[in-house]
Design a protein around this ligand. Structure first.
Ligand code: UDP
Ligand code: MG
Length: 340
């Protein structure tokens, strides 16, 4: 038994790239308003891909415990040109878990992740597929071309986040990469094998390696409804990403501790110097209070950081399933006569 994993059997050279087909994974949480329109665009896409590459497509809608009619709408979508799977989770597990459920149920070779709100244009998929089939890339990811319409504070926070997470990392996570990405059959297989429960897809998809390709794009405005990712949720996701991908925060904690210890030592020396050589009496309490508050604050922060990692260990230890599927339906494609 080896401790690595060989997915070379699924490499493009081992068979024609398009032979296994493509699964499109769409997480949907309260997306009733726009699902039908999106499905229409996916049917057009599937027709184009079949014509151009002979690629058979499938779409996997993952209903992430929606409170609206998303599930019944998804079930009634027609399987024209492409197979339709609907996976309904037992409650809202969050986008990362929904993506995982979709990845597990995808039955074709390559896997494409796409949001259910119409922000990820199905038309761009043709470009992504071309990079996979024509140019042989394994992970084709999209990145926001620019963030000009976002507040400066948020842009700075994003830059700081990536600087921290990539600090000393062997495989850097590309800045601004989104979840809209295509994985070749072997890359998808590799991603399925990662055992962790706390998942940060952007990081994992980059960590697996293979030939990666960046495509810049402009996300469309949301077709309906509003984003479920509030600032608080984004901060949560950042902490999740940081603690599962890097020990940089722990390293910073240690560095800060060393810096504080050295300055305390120097400060002590200077006090001794003043009393013994200068003959001055030690000045009063402000310096003590400042010192205490600094050390107290820094200690609390560092304990918090360590706590994050311990929490992570706890949830990995419990080894609970990432999601529960409550219902699962599969509709095979009705193809026009003459097609396979
Ligand atoms: N989503 C999900 N579960 C959740 C939250 C969101 O499956 O708990 C899906 C949502 O339906 C959409 C995608 O994840 O397809 C992105 O969500 P959203 O548009 O709210 O985020 P944003 O585009 O602002 O990043
Ligand atoms: Mg969105």
């Amino acid at each position: 038994m080896t401790l690595g994993s060989d997915v070379s059997g699924l490499s493009t050279e081992a068979g024609s790239a398009a032979a296994l087909g493509l699964s499109i994974v769409v997480p949907a949480y309260n997306e009733a308003g726009g699902l039908q329109a999106l499905h229409g665009r996916l049917i057009t896409l599937a027709a184009t891909l079949r014509q151009r590459y002979g690629l058979a497509c499938e779409v996997v809608y993952v209903d992430d415990g929606s409170a609206d009619t998303t599930l019944s709408i998804a079930r009634n979508l027609p399987a024209t040109m492409l197979d339709v799977q609907v996976v309904s989770l037992s409650r809202n597990f969050g986008k990362e878990a929904a993506l995982m459920a979709g990845l597990d149920h995808a039955s074709r070779g390559a896997v494409l992740f796409m949001d259910g709100d119409g922000q990820h244009a199905p038309e761009l998929v043709e470009t992504l597929v071309a990079h996979w089939i024509d140019d042989g890339f394994d992970v084709v990811y999209t990145a926001k071309a620019h963030r000009d319409n976002e507040p400066a504070l948020r842009r700075t926070a994003v830059r700081g986040f990536y600087a921290l997470i990539n600090w000393g990392a062997r495989q850097k996570i590309p800045e601004d990469a989104g979840d809209f990405r295509l994985l070749s059959p072997r890359a998808a297989q590799a991603l399925r094998q990662l055992p962790e429960r706390n998942r940060f897809f952007k990081g994992l998809a980059s960590w697996i390696g293979f030939r990666q390709k960046r495509v810049d794009y402009e996300p469309e405005p949301r077709a309906h409804g509003f984003s479920t990712f509030s600032t608080a949720r984004l901060i949560g996701l950042s902490i999740e990403g940081l603690t599962s991908f890097s020990v940089a925060p722990l390293r910073i904690a240690s560095l800060l501790g060393v810096v504080l210890a050295i300055s305390a030592f120097l400060f002590g020396l200077s006090i001794l110097w003043e009393t013994w050589i200068g003959g001055k009496s030690v000045p009063g309490y402000p310096s003590i209070i400042v010192g205490m508050m600094t050390i107290g604050g820094v200690q609390l922060l560092m304990i918090g950081i360590v706590g994050e990692y311990i929490g992570k260990i706890l949830s990995e230890m419990k080894a609970r399933p990432i999601y529960f599927v409550a219902e699962h339906t599969v509709k095979r494609a009705e193809l026009d006569a003459g097609a396979d």
